[in-house]
Design a protein around this ligand. Structure first.
Ligand SMILES: *[C@@H]1O[C@H](CO)[C@@H](O)[C@H](O)[C@H]1NC(C)=O
Ligand SMILES: *[C@@H]1O[C@H](CO)[C@@H](O)[C@H](O)[C@H]1NC(C)=O
Ligand SMILES: *[C@@H]1O[C@H](CO)[C@@H](O)[C@H](O)[C@H]1NC(C)=O
Ligand SMILES: *[C@@H]1O[C@H](CO)[C@@H](O)[C@H](O)[C@H]1NC(C)=O
Ligand SMILES: *[C@@H]1O[C@H](CO)[C@@H](O)[C@H](O)[C@H]1NC(C)=O
Ligand SMILES: *[C@@H]1O[C@H](CO)[C@@H](O)[C@H](O)[C@H]1NC(C)=O
Ligand SMILES: *[C@@H]1O[C@H](CO)[C@@H](O)[C@H](O)[C@H]1NC(C)=O
Ligand SMILES: *[C@@H]1O[C@H](CO)[C@@H](O)[C@H](O)[C@H]1NC(C)=O
Ligand SMILES: *[C@@H]1O[C@H](CO)[C@@H](O)[C@H](O)[C@H]1NC(C)=O
Ligand SMILES: *[C@@H]1O[C@H](CO)[C@@H](O)[C@H](O)[C@H]1NC(C)=O
Length: 443
């Protein structure tokens, strides 16, 4: 562009100077600012750049798009082709380049918010209104974390943030899960396709019931994958999260006000993102030398990660010839189908429980079964847990809720156990209730 301007300069000096002036004015303005002030806006073609130059916000058309649809998004500034980590107007693209994002401050205490218009007066997207009055200095700022925040209220309070409304990507520092006081559920939804950021068929959410755990859902109705409850160090179904061996630090919070997962990357400058890509959850790390994203790990890994692949009480083991097996004291519910490798009917007890005379069979190194309906008491010992389970005739299994320091806490199941898998490395111990006569045979 500069070369073109220089060439033109000899012929049309005044015009070229004007052109140069605008070129520099806009490029400086674009590279300098991470902020949109109150009552100002960002037009299509302009960009916000976070203070340290990590992220950029602006309008884009996805590379695979077949239309001229424009979306407002955030991507890494120095990564090419752009890797988009957040999209505002997923459902409502702007057609044409007249879109603009404004920080609107309503008078009379009506609040401040972000409003994305299509240039014809139509609002295609807006952030939830916040509670500030017009005199408060509201501004929208793109941070180096990739978070786009509306700050104001004189105190610099965050009034709204993009991290609360994830698209398909989790960035370090984002909370994945629930604010139970406001009911805010932060979860991932796939893009419909590479050229279309509108919400796709898969979601990845934390279910806060029982012992909280994450599910990938198809169509919001069918579970595809479950990562298992947090065991103090990792999700029960993700032993590769082993914390002492990586530059990642994972955190899980579950209390009365919040249930969420978050991660940070140690050693500044390492870029990592976690993305829901159709039915697959993938963690990528940026390798500057190679100039590309490297797939760090991806889930589901194999057939044993398919939700309830072996049915109720079935145990999936990729190392076993038949993959699905029944624990001691159980036999296939439908032996004919089981032989045909359809294990969905699962396993049935050989001997009915009689409550008073039962005991427990340990299953070592497994992903704990679905905990949606389980009961958790983090405050008791594992011995106490065993006694409590034994004393309750409807309890069919128990496990420690925290594996640290030799194990503590209690998870108790009273509905059929589904989605158990055996790991060759890692995993936890599950204690399954069996009739005494079956235990004798296996001890
Ligand atoms: C923004 O516009 C509103 C309404 O016109 C006005 O009351 C307010 O003072 C303006 N704020 C700033 C910071 O310009
Ligand atoms: C919002 O503003 C109203 C009126 O000023 C106030 O009563 C209310 O407490 C505010 N709510 C929050 C969440 O700040
Ligand atoms: C998706 O879910 C809806 C109900 O929420 C259901 O009616 C529809 O059949 C489902 N589609 C598929 C393909 O499973
Ligand atoms: C742990 O580190 C060792 C040595 O660097 C490596 O071989 C291994 O793959 C790592 N394990 C995980 C789970 O990252
Ligand atoms: C991680 O730490 C545990 C406990 O300190 C240890 O047993 C295990 O071998 C460590 N794993 C690696 C890969 O260093
Ligand atoms: C829940 O955990 C969060 C994060 O650690 C903390 O800020 C909050 O105060 C906790 N709430 C309760 C009720 O303990
Ligand atoms: C989705 O996964 C495929 C295959 O692993 C990969 O080629 C593609 O880049 C991924 N897309 C995103 C957005 O990460
Ligand atoms: C339950 O099992 C115990 C131990 O096998 C046995 O002593 C007891 O009689 C059984 N009770 C019933 C009601 O079957
Ligand atoms: C949890 O309970 C509900 C309602 O009883 C039931 O429909 C569902 O199958 C149960 N889920 C598991 C994993 O036990
Ligand atoms: C036994 O467990 C069931 C299911 O968790 C529970 O509803 C019931 O209250 C428990 N009974 C006792 C006596 O603790």
């Amino acid at each position: 562009m500069i070369t073109m301007a220089m060439a033109a300069a000899s012929a049309m000096r005044p015009l070229a100077l004007l052109f140069l002036f605008f070129f520099f004015f806009f490029s400086l303005a674009a590279s300098a600012s991470d902020t949109i002030l109150a009552n100002s806006s960002l037009a299509d073609g302009q960009r916000l750049v976070s203070a340290g130059g990590v992220f950029e916000l602006g309008f884009f058309t996805p590379p695979g798009s077949t239309t001229a649809a424009r979306f407002l998004g955030i991507w890494y500034r120095d990564i090419d082709p752009p890797t988009v980590v957040w999209v505002a107007n997923r459902d409502a693209p702007v057609s044409g380049t007249a879109g603009s994002l404004a920080v609107v401050v309503n008078g009379g205490g009506g609040g401040g918010r972000l409003v994305l218009g299509d240039g014809s007066g139509r609002v295609v997207w807006s952030s939830a209104p916040s509670n500030v009055t017009a005199s408060d200095p509201v501004a929208a700022r793109l941070l180096d974390s990739g978070n786009f925040v509306l700050v104001g209220g004189g105190t610099g309070d965050v009034l709204w943030q993009s991290f609360d409304y994830p698209s398909d990507t989790l960035l370090p520092g984002m909370k994945f899960g629930w604010d139970l006081t406001t009911g805010l559920d932060r979860y991932l939804t796939t893009w419909r396709s590479a050229g279309d950021p509108s919400p796709g068929d898969y979601t990845f959410k934390i279910d806060p019931r029982g012992a909280p755990e994450g599910f990938i859902w198809y169509n919001g109705t069918s579970p595809v994958y479950r990562n298992g409850p947090w065991d103090g160090l990792q999700f029960s179904g993700e032993p590769e999260m082993e914390p002492n061996n990586t530059s990642f630090r994972f955190e899980f919070v579950a209390n009365r006000t919040a249930v969420y997962y978050t991660f940070v990357v140690d050693g500044g400058g390492v870029l990592s993102r976690f993305v829901l890509n159709q039915s697959s959850a993938q963690r990528y790390v940026w390798l500057p030398q190679a100039g590309g994203w490297s797939l760090y790990w991806s889930l589901p890994r194999d057939q044993c990660d398919q939700y309830a692949h072996c049915g109720a009480y079935g145990v999936c083991d990729v190392g076993a010839a038949s993959m699905c097996g029944c624990p001691a004291g159980f036999a296939p519910s439908s032996p004919r189908n089981w032989e045909l490798r359809d294990s969905s009917a699962g396993c049935a007890r050989r001997t009915r429980l009689n409550c008073t005379g039962d005991g427990f069979l340990p299953l070592r190194g497994v992903k704990l079964p679905d905990t949606t309906n389980a009961t958790v008491d983090a405050a008791i010992t594992v011995d106490r847990c065993r006694a409590r389970c034994l004393a309750n005739c409807s309890c069919v299994a128990y496990a420690a809720s925290d594996v640290r320091g030799g194990g503590s806490g209690c998870i108790m199941w009273s509905s059929p156990l589904v989605d158990i898998r055996k790991f060759s490395y890692g995993g936890e111990d599950l204690f399954m209730r069996l009739a005494a006569s079956d235990l004798l045979k296996h001890n």
